[in-house]
Ligand binder design. Structure first.
Ligand SMILES: [Zn+2]
Length: 444
């Protein structure tokens, strides 16, 4: 039995059913689970004095392309719209292999962890030069972060009228075979699971209708979740109407892509009927505010989604379209964008943090994460409120208005992976060096 006690927090934001905020409280962690929250708790093992700190659930990232940390701020893609941006980057990504996938995933996940993230999904939809999903699973496992990788795919290349070069697409039978392989090898459905695999054709414009339908059938058969990009911008809606004769929501519904086991990234252009569809079917949304700004896609109707009862989580999105990987900044940006559209009372800092924590956990089908309650997983972020960013803050619970934007300590399944602002589990300076040398090789 392992026990860890976090003692004397200035404030614990529990995100429990009644959103309790507990001043001067302790958290007792036992064997990866939260055992108790309250005052005057005692432990057998390690004790951390967290006075001067705010304690929250770990943040949850519902959409990312970790491999893209190797292509941040690429000159030809800095100012391009979505389709032009993809055409700039595809030839670079075509040079990737297992080492690039592993190293860039480790950088992306470590960056997320430093911003308070304890659970991240990833959407890997290209597998050049022998790359495999397990390259990223190994990166997450070494770091110690909870991971929901998705086996993505593209099957319509340039010669078939698609956008990606033929070298980056796969045969659909091979895609389905590999989906079965990675689910069987790596998916752990149990409570407290550190790795759950999902199925994720890249988008309706990069795979066939058959693959969308077959992936949905396979996911139901295996009991895993489904993920893709949907309704990202105006071009996306126009493409759906021209190619499929319907809006993206209808296309998704027709092919089995709605339900509590499905979440879609972006959904910037969902209309009222589609929001209603997502609400009725309990389909989730990964809101990626910085990426939407960066690519000029628009402002997702998050206020309307939340009011309609749609499950919404946050996504950093790939580092080729953000290019930052700080999830706390996403929470801040989500709040700012809703206020641009709907006024200063449209979203509170507490609601934005709720979306970033339990909101994301619910989108990923993880009611055991995203809240600090006895019996839930011990995924805990500790924020130093004596930092410069929060000096003078009257309300530490409004964390994302002021800061800090990086954690002091981070625990995943009760294991400390950030201590005093430093990653404990991997040699981060060495990984950064490796990443930079890989980026140089790609530029050559
Ligand atoms: Zn994306």
């Amino acid at each position: 039995m392992t026990e860890i006690l976090l003692k004397n927090a200035d404030l614990i934001l529990t995100m429990d059913e009644s959103r309790q905020e507990l001043p001067g409280a302790d958290i007792l962690i036992r064997d990866g689970q939260i055992d108790g929250i309250g005052h005057g708790l005692q432990a057998q093992g390690e004790v951390h004095d967290v006075s001067g700190c705010l304690v929250t659930p770990g943040l949850v990232n519902t959409h990312h392309h970790l491999y893209q940390t190797l292509t941040r701020a690429v000159p030809g893609g800095q100012d391009a719209l979505l389709f032009g941006w993809l055409q700039t980057l595809y030839p670079i990504w075509a040079k990737f292999g297992p080492d690039e996938m592993f190293t860039s995933a480790q950088i992306g996940l470590a960056e997320l962890a430093l911003s308070g993230c304890t659970l991240s999904s990833d959407h890997l939809y290209l597998y050049p030069n022998g790359s495999r999903l397990e390259d990223t699973i190994a990166a997450a496992s070494e770091l110690g972060i909870r991971f929901h990788p998705t086996r993505g795919a593209m099957s319509i290349g340039e010669s078939g009228g698609g956008l990606p070069p033929d070298s980056l697409v796969e045969e659909e039978t091979a895609i389905l075979d590999d989906m079965i392989r990675v689910v069987d090898a790596f998916h752990d459905p149990s409570e407290g699971s550190m790795c759950r695999v999902g199925l994720a054709p890249c988008s309706p414009f990069s795979v066939s209708r058959d693959l969308m339908r077959d992936a949905a059938l396979l996911a139901r058969d295996k009991g895993v979740m489904l993920h893709t990009h949907l309704a990202e911008n105006d071009e996306d809606i126009a493409y759906s109407q021209a190619q499929f004769g319907c809006r993206p929501g209808q296309y998704a519904e027709d092919l089995g892509w709605t339900g509590p086991d499905v979440w879609h990234a972006h959904c910037v252009k969902l209309d009222g009927a589609e929001i209603d569809l997502f609400s009725r079917t309990k389909t989730g949304v990964a809101h990626c505010p910085c990426s939407n700004c960066r690519l000029g896609s628009g402002i997702a109707p998050v206020r309307a989604m939340r009011d309609a009862g749609v499950k919404v989580g946050l996504g950093a999105d790939g580092s080729a379209s953000n290019d930052n990987g700080n999830l706390m900044l996403e929470a801040r940006q989500a709040l700012l964008l809703q206020r641009v559209v709907n006024g200063a009372d449209a979203m509170s800092a507490r609601e934005a943090l709720e979306i970033a924590t339990r909101g994301g956990a619910d989108v990923l089908g993880r009611p055991d994460c995203g809240r600090l309650m006895p019996g839930k997983r011990a995924d805990v972020a500790v924020w130093d409120m004596r930092s410069i960013e929060s000096a003078g803050s009257w309300d530490p619970a409004a964390l994302l208005l002021a800061g800090p934007m990086q954690v002091k300590h981070l625990f995943v399944e009760g294991r400390q992976i950030v201590r005093d602002g430093h990653i404990t589990t991997i040699d981060l300076p060495r990984v950064i060096e490796r990443q930079n040398s890989l980026a140089k090789e790609l530029q050559a």
